[in-house]
Design a protein around this ligand. Structure first.
Ligand code: PLP
Length: 361
């Protein structure tokens, strides 16, 4: 009824329609405040409830243990590429596993702050897979190990949690947070830009084990980058990204109504399986990635002939499927099928792929 199209954007991406409807209904007068969330003081009672409910809902949905702090920050996941070494380096050593573009950027940024070791990479294989445990060259005295849990651009995912033998594991979950349950206790720190699966751009979620945070960081570390300070002030050291936090709450409530992350996972698994099966059956397109490393959120595919890829992007756009063009560094196509992409959208895409194939083989 809204004439919405199927939007496969990698980020910012689709939000659930019931969330947008609720935001619309509350737009001009939220919770009888007589104003929109965008207009209210972050220190007001109404907003204080909103941010507290958002944190409580995130804790509930992700089963975050009590010894973890939740922070609602700004600066995107990219800001955390610097914040993480600034906050977590003690001896100065950290290990990075590079499985795509974002983990490569994180690795490069960290080098400004310490002795950063490349523990494994699959760059030589075009990032088509995640390294196996036995391929990881981890240092027992590192302050932390950094991974990117879901590689948004290449469409791969860590389908196991690496064993780091007590060294805290830090994970960029920007493009997979809230897609399925994760055992938070296995991680020292989890971070995510919200614009893929949680909220509009502007919010970055950081979930960190309490004992890893400390206020006495080197003098050069900006106060705004000090996790301990931000956590001690309950994300209110300064003005937080108020509206994205509010939408985050609505999204979490939507997930709870669906039955939580177990239910979310079933829906996501079903969508991804449908699309991968369609690509396996295709004689025109294929997904280049190792089956064991497949992402449930970002599915890449391409035809050998680049003219066919260009034609597919053009025709799919005309047919109401937007943003299927792959990242400029990879080419081909990429369907981002985050939580908010309805099953019918994936079904329709599979039908379109079959139709396109019958016309172009
Ligand atoms: C999108 C994305 C980023 C970049 O996020 P920003 O919020 O734009 O800084 C980093 N890591 C991953 C895995 C992403 O998907």
């Amino acid at each position: 009824m809204y004439n919405r199209i199927y939007n496969f954007s990698a980020g910012p991406s689709m939000l659930p329609v019931p969330v947008l409807e609720k935001a619309r209904d509350e737009m001009l007068n939220c919770r009888e405040s007589g104003m929109s969330v965008m207009e209210m003081s972050h220190r007001s009672k109404v907003y204080d409830n909103i941010i507290k409910e958002a944190e409580a809902a995130l804790r509930e949905v992700m089963s975050i243990p009590d010894n973890y702090k939740v922070m609602f920050l700004q600066g995107g996941a990219s800001m955390q590429f610097a914040n993480i070494p600034m906050n977590l380096l003690k001896t100065g050593k950290a290990d990075y596993i590079v499985t795509g573009q974002f983990s490569g950027k994180a690795y490069k940024e960290a080098q400004k702050y310490g002795d950063i070791h490349l523990a494994a990479t699959t760059k030589d294989e075009n990032f088509t897979r995640i390294p196996r445990q036995e391929e990881l060259d981890l240092r027992p005295d590192a302050d932390y190990v950094h991974i990117c849990f879901n590689n948004t651009i290449f469409g791969t995912k860590w389908n196991y949690i690496p064993e780091t033998n007590g060294v805290p594991l830090v994970a960029d979950m920007s493009s997979c947070i809230l897609s399925e349950p994760v055992d938070v206790s296995k991680f020292g720190l989890i971070y995510a830009g919200a614009q893929k699966n949680v909220a509009p751009a502007g919010l970055t979620i950081v979930i960190a084990r309490e004992d890893l945070l400390r206020e006495d960081l080197p003098e050069y570390v900006p106060t705004m980058c000090n996790y301990a300070t931000m956590a001690a002030n309950e994300s209110m050291y300064n003005t937080p990204p108020c509206y994205p936090i509010y939408i985050c709450l609505l999204v979490l409530n939507w997930i709870k109504e669906l039955g939580g992350l177990e239910a979310m996972k079933k829906i996501n698994e079903n969508k991804a399986a449908m699309l991968y099966k369609c690509l396996e059956e295709s004689k025109l397109f294929n997904n280049p990635n190792d089956v064991a490393s497949r992402s449930m959120m970002n599915v890449t595919f391409r035809a050998e002939d680049d003219e066919i890829n260009a034609k597919f992007v053009k025709e799919s756009t005309a047919a109401g499927f937007s943003n299927l063009k792959g990242h400029r560094s990879v080419g081909g196509m990429r369907a981002s099928i985050y939580n908010a992409m309805p099953t019918e959208g994936v079904q329709a895409l599979c039908e379109f792929i079959k139709k396109f194939e019958s016309e172009n083989l």
